[in-house]
Design a protein around this ligand. Structure first.
Ligand SMILES: C[S@@+](CC[C@H](N)C(=O)[O-])C[C@H]1O[C@@H](n2cnc3c(N)ncnc32)[C@H](O)[C@@H]1O
Length: 220
């Protein structure tokens, strides 16, 4: 999979791309990530990419020209162009599974007050990572990349995510590690029993219990 990220601030991604699982996925060539500064696509003197809003108001608005020209220079028949935007469809694990099948994603990060409305007609989809406002689309782009990349075959073990929260409409079961007792709180006996059938049954029951308690809405 190839992911092109259009951003004015490529430096924000350095830690994300150079640590842990994402770094290894890139090294193993399971994913290719390119950071493209759309300032390079500005046709204006001093590489201007934003201006004041028509009609007045505070903040700067990203111009359509540099972003749309950048999208057009990268887009192929297999590309999916996603605009990170608070007005988009709220991002869910189901969408991560859907995007995992894509060959090429182009992620567009807004910044400042936002972007010229006309950019919307040059993207395939708009995604929000939740009902709150961030300063830019870079953190949403990282959240989206992280959630998709870890699902690509070979990045992490499949059984690490098959029973995770939001898969099969359930939250994850409780997990424990050493020691067997921590400040008076014991690991449930069943997990020490060695009986894998019983453990699987207990985990499923716990998933249902947790989901009912915390996120009844997931059960449908
Ligand atoms: C300060 S925000 C602009 C907010 C915009 N004026 C509004 O009220 O909808 C700047 C940029 O950050 C990104 N952004 C902020 N919050 C986001 C969210 N919850 N999900 C996705 N992108 C977001 C978008 O790219 C947005 O254009």
């Amino acid at each position: 999979m190839k992911i092109d990220i259009l951003t004015l601030f490529p430096g924000i991604f350095q830690g994300f791309l150079n640590e842990s699982i994402i770094k290894r996925a890139i090294e193993k060539k399971l994913v290719e990530i390119n950071l493209i500064n759309f300032r390079e696509f500005s046709k204006l003197s001093n590489s201007q990419v934003d201006d004041t809003p028509y009609g007045g108001g505070s903040g700067m608005v990203l111009m359509a020209e540099p972003i749309v020209t950048a999208i057009e220079s990268l887009k192929t028949k297999t590309s999916k162009v996603i605009l990170l935007c608070p007005q988009g469809q709220t991002y869910k694990q189901k969408k991560a599974y859907e995007l995992k099948e894509s060959q090429h994603l182009i992620l567009v990060c807004g910044h400042y007050e936002g972007f010229d409305e006309r950019i919307r007609s040059f993207v395939d989809e708009e995604i929000s990572i939740g009902d709150y406002i961030l300063t830019g689309g870079e953190i949403p782009a990282m959240a989206l990349c992280d959630s998709v990349i870890r699902l690509i075959d070979g990045v992490i073990k499949k059984d690490s995510y098959l029973e995770e929260s939001f898969t099969n409409h359930l939250l994850d079961y409780p997990t424990y590690t050493k020691p067997r007792e921590f400040r008076g709180r014991k690991v449930p006996d069943v997990l020490l029993s060695g009986d894998h059938k019983k453990i699987a049954e207990w985990r499923k029951q716990e998933q249902i219990k947790k989901t009912t308690e915390k996120r009844k809405d997931l059960l449908g």
